[in-house]
Design a protein around this ligand. Sequence first.
Ligand code: ZN
Length: 494
Amino acid sequence: MIRIGDRATLQVRGRPLGGAIDGSLVVGEPVQFVCRDGQIIERGPPTTETGESMVGSSDAFLIPSLTDSHAHLMASASRRVRLDLGPALAPDLASLFDRLRRAVSGPGENWLVGAGFDEALLAEHRAPSLAELDAVVGPRAVRVRHATRHASLLSSTALARISAAGLTESIFPVEPGSALFFEREPSLTSLTGPPDGQELCSALADLSRDWLRNGIGRIEDLTASNDAGRVRWLGAQRREGRLAQSVAAWIGDADEFEPARTAAGEWIEIVGVKLLAHDEETVRSPRFLDAVARAHRRGLPVAIHAASPDVADAALDVLASATPVVAGNEGPPPRDRIEHAFLCPPALIDRLRRAAVRVVVQPAFLTARQEKYRHELEAVLWPWLQPLRSLLGAGVALAAGSDAPIGPGGVGPALRGGILRGGESGAPAIGGAEALGLAEALALWAHPFSAAAGLRAPALGEPADFTLLEVLPNEANGFRVEAAAVVVAGRRLL
Ligand SMILES: [Zn+2]
């Protein structure tokens, strides 16, 4: 069980980390914070005091607690229990077929769901044909989710069940005869059902603990299929202590807001509407405009999935012409977001800045997907691939997310990606001029959407949010982030 600490009073001691002008790390003199009711009420030199309410030490390094601003919690947990068909265990078609053949050999009428497949990472660089897949899995309904989660391999029996459920409009093959189908809507997941409940819950508890050890105290869940049912499940995991972090969830449709808020109770905050858009046409469709308008009318911002510049441009057009978010009673109106913006040319950076739209990037992909990028993207475009330094320099409100399970979970892979940009293996860095210093890369996690101001210690009057590290992440340890303690809003989570 995860220990949820007392919120009343807490003292936190450590050496605050800050950023130098060149983005490198500056280690400050030891300080001690006194926190009450979730706020920092005092800051001074360390005392010799010890006891239950004391967290950290004069040797520990101190940063704000970290936020993963874009993850998929249920999918990350289910990835841990699903049949793994990622490149580590299935590097070519023969091993993919072998793992599937063994998985379907037992009795069972239920769906077999696998995950992690990506044809770009297979030796053959192609997806199996429908005939090849059927020959391996026979009459079993098989769905293997693509690593991007926007496509699946489907067997003929799976296709028949999808057709019987009236969902064929939501899928189409990438090419005639292929077993790989693009998915327009996240509707197939409701058909295949979730993995076994108990197994999924304990996988989530493991995941929460792993990410806590990475210093992550807050998570934003950007799953477009989030509805009242999913939010209820997440809330139950928080209530029962399996999910330690604070969670803000984005839901798939504004009309789901009231039921989702009721289902979430006090455990999950419902903060906006996540909209998927894989092409420009989708973004400019009346249905999409209506989805944005309904969110804004309820005071909810939208987070638009836009990986390519044409989709991001279309999204900015739509946001510019949409009625603004209806402001609530307190604070400034919430701001819309673009998720990913992987390929981001200078003109798009400028538009993002002028539109004051927030952007959430996934620096870990610069390492995890580097082979794919080097293979598929001309070198002249590399400087436009997640141009983190230019985005920060332009003053775009930037934050980072893992996009787990599509990307690797945790903070370390993102630090490595943002700092080295694939340059560690002796290969040329992907757009080396866009590389961040350690303090800048950490600031994306420590100060979501205000990272441009650099890494800074928590200040008086701010929420009592701390992560304490015993070792600094560096190239030699693979930029591993290992937290000794995590405090969120005055509660000690680790
Ligand atoms: Zn995502």
